[in-house]
Design a protein around this ligand. Structure first.
Ligand SMILES: [Zn+2]
Length: 83
């Protein structure tokens, strides 16, 4: 399997959880294991689930802004055809 991520990876959730606990006891803070969509393995994140939601919202806004630009471009091209 090609490892697409440069992050530390874990092959199972149990392994990631164990590592998260080890990191937490050594350095403090909370790490949450999550399954990565890119490499299909497990990573640890210190982000709260709320941060993921916020990122998704930002991404949606970016997509919306993009499609607004595309619509404007299409309208401008249409005007050009008429002239
Ligand atoms: Zn990954």
């Amino acid at each position: 399997m090609i490892n697409a991520c440069k992050k530390v990876t874990y092959t199972t959730r149990a392994e990631a959880k164990k590592a998260a606990q080890a990191v937490a006891s050594r350095f403090g803070g909370k790490r949450t294991p999550y399954a990565c969509h890119e490499c299909g393995l497990w990573h640890l994140t210190s982000q709260r689930p709320g941060d993921f939601r916020e990122k998704k919202k930002q991404w949606r806004r970016a997509v919306k802004a993009d499609s607004a630009n595309i619509n404007r471009t299409a309208a401008a091209e249409k005007e050009g055809d008429c002239a």
